[in-house]
Design a protein. Structure first.
Length: 210
């Protein structure tokens, strides 16, 4: 099964993709991970991507698409995959189609902006080992201290209120049009993104079986 997960930042795409990945035995392809891997390995595309990332600019579509194409040609993607974070724009979706990659279903995790802001502003990340916590949903045993390594927990810049609102604005402008794009082809399935991780997972897996 070849799947795409859509949803605003903080909608739970990564978490749900991981659950579906385990359930179906297919890999999750994260754009961010692919870019970091290409940079780490010093590939030609990675070197080109790094120059943009170092300057704080978005990596151009042509480079992202090439890196994703290379990743999808690897052996572990033969039985299917989940795309998380790609496509982000309609031109990227069109590029995916032009590669001859037939997507089976597109899961859209729907969560209101107010809920997203509440979720993201409550996230905390360990400065030492990178472990993730949430002040309500997944608190550390000792406030502000990582359970795993004892380092301090901090609020990422991405999770500060003004940054969250900017990220949501970008999502609505650039990525939300993908809903209409995939609705036209009959592949979009909307899944209610509120509730516990298990409740959302149950709805997601049921949607994939329909």
């Amino acid at each position: 099964m070849k799947l795409i997960f859509l949803g605003a930042p903080g909608a739970g795409k990564g978490t749900q993709a991981e659950i579906v990945c385990d359930h179906l035995g297919i890999p999750t392809i994260s754009t961010g991970n692919c870019l970091r891997e290409a940079v780490k390995n010093g590939t030609e595309l990675g070197i080109r991507a790094k120059s943009y990332m170092d300057d704080g600019h978005l990596v151009p579509d042509e480079i992202v698409i090439s890196i994703i194409r290379d990743r999808l040609q690897q052996e572990d993607c033969r039985k299917g995959f989940i795309l998380d974070g790609f496509p982000r724009t309609v031109p990227q979706a069109e590029a995916l189609d032009s590669m001859g990659i037939m997507i089976d279903k597109v899961i859209d995790l729907e969560v209101a902006d107010t809920e997203i802001e509440k979720r993201l502003s409550g996230r905390r990340v360990c400065e030492g080992c990178g472990a993730s916590y949430h002040i309500e949903n997944k608190p550390s045993q000792k406030p502000g201290v990582c359970d795993k390594c004892g380092a301090s927990l901090v609020v990422r810049k991405d999770d500060q209120p003004e940054t969250i609102r900017e990220r949501l604005s970008v999502y609505h402008k650039q990525t939300e049009p993908l809903k209409q794009y995939y609705t036209k082809s009959g592949k979009l399935i909307a899944v209610e993104g509120r509730g516990s991780v298990d409740e959302i997972a149950a709805r997601t897996l049921k949607a994939l079986e329909e």
